[in-house]
Design a protein. Structure first.
Length: 211
């Protein structure tokens, strides 16, 4: 009983303590297109629910935080092979009571999943994308949605030390991302991210990122 009460208190703490910060982040965020704007609006609506950050909130889902980690040279992206989804994706996951912010949650996931050190970010500037995507049902967990806040970080080295929660981790050059078994939500964010990197050449040529 005491454990259940403590867990409920932690969920209430997350719901109240982080809500204002996330409202501010989403309020400043400029969506790249109508699809991302729809994701942003749904995230704002979710913040009116009782426990938007609780991983056990399944109707319709809960917030997550993920990290698009650039190599020190800014020419490649760190991807992990997700054991459950069986695709290559960016590091990320659920918000924990000790995180304090979505940015902190994303940084923690990087440390846990790939063990790479990051440059110290301006979390407001690092927040660059939002996405709502479906998670299939599995034993003990119904189908639901992840309301993902995405942050752009830069690694201080190329040394990756994946833990046992991921099946693999590697640096993937931007031109090679489409060859990996990832999904459109990741490819969309990579196209958006790549267009902001100085020296990539995309903005100079006046053409969109990789298709």
């Amino acid at each position: 009983m005491a454990t259940a009460v403590a867990a409920d208190a932690r969920r209430r703490y997350l719901a109240t303590d982080m809500r204002d910060e996330v409202v501010a982040l989403l309020g400043r965020h400029v969506a790249a297109d109508w699809r991302e704007e729809e994701h942003r609006a749904r995230m704002l609506a979710l913040l009116t629910s009782h426990t938007p950050f609780d991983r056990r909130s399944y109707e319709p889902g809960h917030f997550t935080a993920s990290a698009f980690v650039l190599s020190p040279e800014r020419d490649a992206l760190a991807l992990i092979f997700h054991k459950k989804l069986r695709i290559w994706v960016q590091p990320g996951g659920h918000v924990e009571p000790g995180d304090g912010s979505l940015c902190a949650a994303a940084r923690r996931e990087v440390a846990e999943e790939i063990g790479v050190a990051l440059e110290e970010p301006d979390c407001g500037a690092a927040f660059f994308d939002v996405d709502v995507h479906s998670i299939p049902a599995r034993p003990g967990e119904p189908a639901h949605e992840h309301f993902d806040a995405r942050f752009r970080f830069v690694a201080t080295s190329r040394t990756l030390a994946p833990n046992d929660e991921v099946e693999g981790a590697r640096w993937v050059a931007f031109d090679d991302v489409d060859r990996f078994a990832t999904d459109e939500s990741v490819r969309r964010a990579v196209r958006k991210l790549r267009a902001t990197i100085p020296g990539d050449g995309l903005e100079k040529e006046g053409r969109p990122p990789d298709r």
